[in-house]
Ligand binder design. Structure first.
Ligand code: FAD
Ligand code: SF4
Ligand code: SF4
Length: 463
């Protein structure tokens, strides 16, 4: 008999009053007992609606059935056959808009906790699996991958499993892309990403860090060095600013810089070279997940007041509900229907406050959301000594500018066909570099498709 409890088995979390000042993981994960209770909530639907909600088609009912049978390694094998980063996806996939949105248990209650079960299985595997898979025999073909984010890592893994000799060129000193430089430790411990990357190394993938392609080597030079195809998974890491006065003041950060210094450079540790100390009062401009991550990091770095400043209302805010809830629990304040017009500085060039204007919602714009319009005479000054701009990113133009024949659209995203092939021969691309800022699982899906296409192009029908 299935467990007909309408609510998901609760996830144990760190106490908000404690976690707001530490970087340890917020959600602690299911115990075996909790996972078994939750697995019993799955009805094993014949038409498997949940699978259609997963961009990489994880066989959800099959792995949950294995969990219920306490065969956790069997469950892991099922997940890993379509998802190469399950411990990551179980933590950061926006499941409520994907697999869990389609789950029939969501009609009269809460959906099955698919992401939580996926995380349980992946963590169980990491703790108990005794050996890494052996590297397959090489097929003699060499492929270069640019960028070690989820798109590049997935493409590299897909090719290495088919015997290709794969080298990833990564601009930073660590592999992982946004998983290591953007998403904070308290949502995704870096040791987990490291283990997933180690799995790829065990398959024979080589990772060359501190290699900015387009500067150190061009794509054409990679071909001259014997690579037969190139996959571009360089992400969308170029931050946007509002273009308002005062953005050059000391204490104004892009969310990318702020999060990179906190996560990748460990700026919160006193023994690191690049400390970052937000002031007492931090304003984060934007309402997406990146804004929530920046605000929660600022709180952990010791700020007394952290405010999210967003020009629409809370109803339109794009961040995940769970992230908003966690941010509020940790004391982040939400200043809605407000837009900055100028950042104010003191005589030494440090941020002193932010001039803002109140907004109201007008007619829907091209995105279908109601357009925010300024309320006349509503200007006021928001007290703050740091400002973090989290209003979006776009692909860095470096590769486009240094690669003749690599076409991009007007948003700067590389143009590809359905097989992820660009307009330049033997060059493929995927992930945020193609879509603009999106999700981990979509980037992985693109990397997987590209690996299949590259294998087909280099090996022919035998692939
Ligand atoms: P990236 O992860 O950006 O990786 C690209 C890599 O390429 C980087 O390592 C970069 O250094 C490298 N690179 C760039 N240019 C070059 C070059 N010229 N030469 C060599 N290397 C280069 N998605 C979710 O699904 N869930 C979340 O909770 C979530 N939270 C997020 C939080 C933040 C703060 C951010 C910024 C994003 C978040 N996302 C989330 C989005 C998600 O992380 C991205 O969609 C995903 O990482 C895109 O993967 P990618 O491989 O295309 O690019
Ligand atoms: Fe759901 Fe993401 Fe796992 Fe797919 S990969 S089943 S969308 S959590
Ligand atoms: Fe189980 Fe929900 Fe999928 Fe049905 S839709 S098989 S209940 S996870």
């Amino acid at each position: 008999m299935p467990n007909m409890d309408p609510r998901k088995t609760a996830m144990p979390v760190q106490d908000p009053a404690v976690r707001r000042r530490n970087f340890e993981e917020v959600a602690k994960g299911y115990t075996e007992e909790m996972a078994l209770v939750e697995a019993q909530r799955c009805l094993q639907c014949k038409n498997r609606p949940c699978v259609s909600g997963c961009p990489v088609g994880v066989r959800i009912p099959d792995f949950i059935e294995r969990v219920a049978a306490r065969d956790y390694e069997g469950a892991y094998d099922i997940i890993a056959s379509s998802n190469s980063l399950p411990a990551v996806c179980g933590r950061v996939c926006p499941q409520e808009n994907q697999c869990e949105q389609k789950c029939v248990r969501g009609i009269k209650g809460e959906s099955v906790g698919i992401g939580r079960l996926e995380r349980f299985v992946a963590d169980w595997h990491m703790e108990h699996a005794s050996s890494a898979p052996a590297a397959p025999e090489k097929n003699g073909h060499r492929v270069a991958v640019i960028g070690a984010g989820p798109a590049g890592l997935t493409c590299a893994g897909g090719l290495a499993r088919r015997g290709f000799d794969v080298t990833i060129f990564e601009a930073f000193h660590r592999a992982g892309g946004v998983l290591v430089y953007g998403i904070p430790e308290f949502r995704l411990p870096k040791a987990i990403v490291e283990k997933e990357v180690d799995g790829l190394r065990a398959l024979g993938v080589q990772i060359e860090t501190d290699m900015v392609i387009g500067r150190v080597l061009s794509i054409d030079e990679l071909f001259e060095r014997g690579f037969e195809a190139v996959f571009v998974g360089s992400g969308a890491g170029l931050p946007s600013f509002m273009g308002i006065e005062g953005e050059g003041l000391l204490g104004v950060y892009s969310a990318n810089e702020f999060l990179t210094r906190v996560n990748l450079m460990k700026a919160y540790r006193d023994d690191y070279d690049t400390p970052i100390r937000p002031g007492k009062s931090v304003a984060v401009v934007g309402g997406g997940n990146v804004a929530m991550d920046a605000a929660r990091c600022a709180m952990r770095l010791g700020a007394e007041t952290v405010r999210i400043v967003y020009r629409r209302s809370e109803e339109e805010i794009p961040a995940r509900r769970e992230e908003i809830h966690h941010a509020k629990e940790e004391g982040v304040e939400f200043v809605m229907l407000t837009a900055p017009t100028r950042i104010l500085g003191d005589e030494k060039g440090f941020v002193q406050g932010m001039e803002c204007v109140r907004m109201e919602l007008g007619e829907p714009d091209s995105s279908g959301r109601r357009r925010p319009v300024p309320v006349e005479g509503s200007a006021f000054t928001l007290d703050c000594d740091s400002v973090i701009m989290a209003i979006g990113t776009s692909p860095n133009p470096l590769l486009r500018m240094t690669t003749p024949g690599l076409a991009a659209n007007r948003r700067g995203c590389i143009v590809v066909d359905e097989r992820m092939a660009t307009e330049k021969a033997k060059v493929y691309a995927g992930g945020d570099a193609v879509t603009g800022a999106a999700t981990v699982i979509l980037a992985m899906g693109a990397g997987k498709t590209a690996a299949e296409a590259i294998a087909g192009a280099l090996l022919g029908p035998e692939a």
